[in-house]
Design a protein around this ligand. Structure first.
Ligand code: D41
Length: 713
């Protein structure tokens, strides 16, 4: 990709390539920027010249970082430039300008917010909740425009951000005011707070129009939210329930100093008043905003017709969990501005736009009871039994409360009305209590002193949030969970041996441990609930098949604490044979890449237990086997001494898998690209790391190459 041209939105819908809607010609070239960074260090300049130059550089780097998502210098280098300007301005205060990047937090706390009237009202959006309602919208557009329903309308599509709508006003390129949406006609003056948001330019770039009102959504990224809450927890401050609340609370601060400490950012999605510039389409206006230095969502696209709108919706729905910001749907807008004008507005919402919402991920319901579930390692997890509620596309009647600390922190009681969240494949959880709805009679949740399953003592291990049943494998719950884990797809992959069957087998005393599985006979199974003769035979066949396995799978299947799939694979490749691993001492374990003292301790402890050794022996005796793995000296591995960076998403590997393979190949896997990086492996929708690699001339390879390397291993 040539410098200065950015077009990550070239992707296909229904096999058609959609044009990149943003290509930027006016970005400063990398070479020029790097060059300018060097000249400021050496050339003799007057202080006013130097201040002007530093500001231009800082603004350029900000633009590259926030808008183009393609930084060319490190954070440390940026900080150095910034400090240099601060020092210069401290020595020459007369040089300070209101739109200097150092002047984001200037104002003193306000007594209250003033009102700002929007010159062009901020309209609201009509909603669609399913494909029929989306089709109704498209039909209404066709009808009003007197178009044949077969002639597709061109739509501009954007993710619908779950933040706060604001309007910014630029005059002569300078940010002069900013307001919340309010009732759509007038909002609150939040100019001082908006100025603190680093991704919002204080001054526009390129050939900006004399007057511009820009609309968009201010939000906090998921990463920013996690960091903000981690900080709040450390300092004992109140944690926020979700990124939207955090963003709202941050924008409503009377003291801009506080707002400045919050990781707010903004995506722009439209314009209000514009003087001195004209566009033919919505997508064209977004391109212009980007050119003028405003941040626009790179996931925006232009499509033709209803069907492609539905495809875009599906695509965003599947990407939703992986995005670093919350979205609650997608927005479709008739792209042609002349057509928008013809369509007009009705009851404060444009007829040319619609928000197609995802099913809500949060709903309210009541806690009817709380039970404690015992996991594989004895951990007691409090589970709320709920009045069933439809959330995130499914009916939910159980939600995790995590642990006693979380219950105390959220102050949850039986009888409370709570917010339940179910997002993607994540286990439903209780987010918060709606205190206003707390009934008079509620019941406190207490940790049982005895295991609800086996009656053994329950212990709260110091330093751990969880409480554990001390029954070990005498506890049937722990036995069930460890056998379920053993049989799981990613472990021994025993098809047909599901959770329900394992529970029955343990309850009927047919098995006590994993090794007992291989003593089962078809007639023992056939007597069980929902077990026809045929399925009993299938399970026996699956058990037989599972005897041929791999060492990584077997190690993982043992269920050693802290030994997940990745560590299991690492251990298998480090020792090659199970007996070698079982004989390894602490030193040998710690010598393995990625194995720390905690993992080493658990591995040692596991193999020291006679009962565990006995089960392993019986499994091998029953015929469970695997090929040995050839152990190569670290320096003989194909990627020995190479530093590799992963970016984007992969089709054939999870991030963890890809990393484990690379480690097994002898590579060092790093999180950031630098001149020392040997390879960048770029998956789909790779972003700034890919760009940085290209700028630095680092070799970039694709997923297919990684597959070839792995196959050769
Ligand atoms: O991302 C959003 N939340 C978003 C909101 C968006 N991408 N586009 C939007 N477009 C509009 C119109 C069509 C009225 C200009 C909006 C909103 N409005 C909106 N946000 C809050 C109320 C309305």
């Amino acid at each position: 990709m040539q410098p200065g041209v950015v077009g990550p939105c070239l992707y296909s819908i229904n096999g058609m390539l959609c044009p990149p809607i943003f290509s930027v010609g006016a970005a400063p070239s990398v070479a020029a920027l790097l060059e300018s960074g060097l000249t400021t260090m050496t050339a003799k300049q007057t202080p006013p010249q130097e201040a002007t130059k530093l500001r231009a550089e800082i603004n350029d780097h900000n633009y590259r970082y926030y808008v183009l998502d393609a930084p060319v210098i490190s954070d440390a280098q940026f900080d150095k430039l910034f400090r240099k300007l601060q020092e210069l301005e401290a020595q020459h205060p007369e040089l300070i300008t209101p739109d200097s990047p150092t002047q984001r937090i200037g104002a003193k706390p306000l007594a209250g917010f003033e009102e700002i009237k929007h010159t062009v009202p901020m309209l609201s959006l009509a909603n669609a909740f399913d494909e029929d309602e989306l089709a109704d919208f498209d039909r209404r557009v066709h009808d009003r425009l007197k178009r044949d329903i077969e002639a597709p309308i061109t739509y501009s599509c954007e993710p619908k951000l779950d933040g706060l709508a604001v309007s910014l006003r630029y005059e002569a390129g300078k940010l002069v005011s900013a307001a919340t949406r309010g009732d759509g006609y007038a909002g609150e003056d939040i100019t001082q707070n908006i100025r603190t948001i680093k991704s919002i330019p204080l001054h526009l770039r390129d050939k900006f129009p004399p007057v511009l009102e820009v609309r968009g959504e201010v939000f906090i990224s998921k990463k920013g939210f996690a960091e903000l809450n981690a900080r709040a927890e450390k300092t004992g401050e109140k944690v926020f329930v979700n990124p939207r609340n955090a963003a709202a609370g941050s924008l409503r601060q009377l003291d801009p100093q506080i707002t400045a400490s919050r990781p707010l950012t903004m995506f722009c999605y439209g314009v209000g008043v514009v003087e001195g510039a004209e566009f033919k389409s919505h997508s064209e206006s977004l391109q212009a905003l980007k050119r003028w230095g405003l941040r626009v969502n790179t996931a925006a696209a232009v499509v033709k017709g209803l069907k492609q709108c539905a495809t875009y919706y599906q695509k965003m729905a599947s990407q939703r969990a992986g995005l670093d910001y919350d979205i609650d749907g997608v927005v479709f807008k008739v792209d042609d501005l002349a057509l928008q004008k013809t369509l007009g507005t009705v009851s404060r919402a444009p007829r040319w736009a619609v928000a197609y919402k995802f099913p809500a991920e949060e709903e309210n319901t009541q806690i009817e009871a709380v039970d404690f579930q015992v996991g594989r390692t004895g951990a007691l997890t409090p589970v709320a039994r709920l009045k069933p509620v439809f959330v995130g596309g499914a009916t939910v009647s159980n939600a995790t409360l995590h642990n006693m600390d979380e219950i105390a922190r959220k102050d949850v009681r039986v009888g409370d009305t709570v917010v339940v969240r179910r997002a993607g494949d994540v286990i439903p959880m209780v987010v918060s209590v709606i205190k206003e709805k707390r009934p008079k009679q509620t019941q406190e949740i207490t940790l049982p002193s005895e295991c609800p399953i086996c009656g053994s003592e329950v212990m709260h291990v110091p330093g751990e949030a969880v409480a554990r049943c001390m029954g070990g494998l005498t506890c049937s719950a722990q036995r069930k969970e460890s056998i379920k884990h053993f049989a799981a797809r990613r472990a021994m992959d025993i098809e047909g041996l599901g959770d329900k069957l394992v529970e029955q087998l343990v309850d009927h005393d047919l098995i006590h441990d994993a090794a007992d599985l291989y003593t089962l006979k078809a007639d023992q199974l056939a007597g069980l609930e929902r077990m026809a003769e045929k399925s009993a035979d299938n399970v026996i066949a699956a058990l037989e098949k599972s005897k041929t396995t791999t060492l990584p799978r077997f190690i993982y299947a043992l269920g050693i604490r802290e030994v997940g799939e990745t560590i299991a694979r690492t251990l298998a490749h480090a020792f090659g044979r199970l007996d070698k691993l079982m004989a390894a001492d602490e030193e040998a374990l710690l010598a393995v890449n990625d194995v720390g003292p905690i993992v080493a301790e658990y591995v040692l402890h596991f193999f020291q237990q006679a009962s565990n050794r006995k089960v392993i022996e019986r499994l091998q005796h029953a015929g469970v086997h695997w090929p040995a793995i050839e152990v190569k000296a670290a320096e003989d591995l194909p990627l020995a001494g190479k530093t590799v960076v992963l970016t984007g998403t992969f089709t054939h590997f999870s991030r963890e898998d890809a990393k484990a393979h690379l480690l097994a190949l002898g590579a060092k896997v790093s999180g950031s690209v630098s001149k020392k990086t040997d390879f960048v492996i770029a998956g789909e929708s790779a972003g700034s790391k890919l760009t940085k690699a290209q700028n630095l001339g680092v070799t970039v390879v694709d997923e297919a190459t990684l597959q070839k390397w792995v196959a050769a291993l």
